[in-house]
Design a protein around this ligand. Structure first.
Ligand code: FE
Length: 225
């Protein structure tokens, strides 16, 4: 099997949120897709290890925020690389509660969809939750973030619990990978969101530079072969 065939599938980038009692949680997901239109239903694939999974199983509700292309990488990191068991991911984030009671992230949002779970399909490491759409809202016009854009332009990575396969790009400079989140520092791109110009070598990054995705220090980075 040529696993590279799978890298050709297109995805978006979303925040899936839910709530059970006072426990609010959200996570980054790339697998959100409409499955029927009459009535409207969507499916999401969530890793069983994630706190969001546990909460959706109990509450049977979830919301999906469709992120804009301009979403900063550290905002994605906030929902992607820390567990809701340890931190409150909604602290300092603009959100509201939907009619179902599920939180809906409205920051960097183009639109949101709210669902009630109708079916859950066990697919091994993940569960496919199929939800009936009970509400949809538009916040602004714009282009949605795609997984390819996040990956290729922003240098983002998938957490170990994501359902997708990762490709490591080949570049002319020596690249470094964050041991915490997998973010790859590519000197040819630099880190423009944190005022690091393209063509800045890893060795030349200031000592107080941190991983734009998870906030780890330079010491958490290893060179890539
Ligand atoms: Fe990191």
């Amino acid at each position: 099997m040529n696993k590279k065939a799978l890298w050709n599938i297109s995805y978006g980038l979303y925040i899936v949120s839910t709530r059970y009692g006072n426990d609010l949680n959200g996570q980054i997901a790339n697998t959100v897709f409409q499955v029927t239109s009459e009535p409207v239903k969507i499916a999401i694939s969530i890793n069983k290890k994630n706190h969001t999974h546990e909460l959706i199983e109990k509450s049977k509700i979830f919301s999906v925020t469709i992120l804009e292309k301009e979403t900063p990488i550290n905002f994605i990191g906030k929902f992607g690389f820390k567990s809701g068991r340890e931190v409150n991911k909604f602290e300092g984030v603009r959100y509201k509660l939907g009619g179902s009671g599920a939180p809906i992230v409205t920051e960097h949002a183009l639109a949101s969809i709210e669902c009630e779970v109708e079916n859950a399909v066990d697919v091994g490491t993940h569960t496919l939750f199929i939800g009936k759409v009970i509400n949809g809202e538009i916040y602004k016009d714009g282009e949605p973030m795609t997984y390819a854009y996040y990956h290729q332009v922003k240098g983002g990575t998938a957490p170990k619990t994501a359902p997708v396969m990762e490709e490591v790009p080949k570049k002319k400079y020596k690249m470094y990978r964050c041991r915490v989140c997998g973010y790859i520092y590519d000197p040819s791109k630099g880190d423009p969101e944190n005022e690091i110009a393209p063509d800045t070598l890893f060795e030349d990054l200031p000592d107080n530079w941190v991983c734009p995705l998870c906030g780890a220090t330079k010491q958490a980075f290893d060179p890539l072969d």
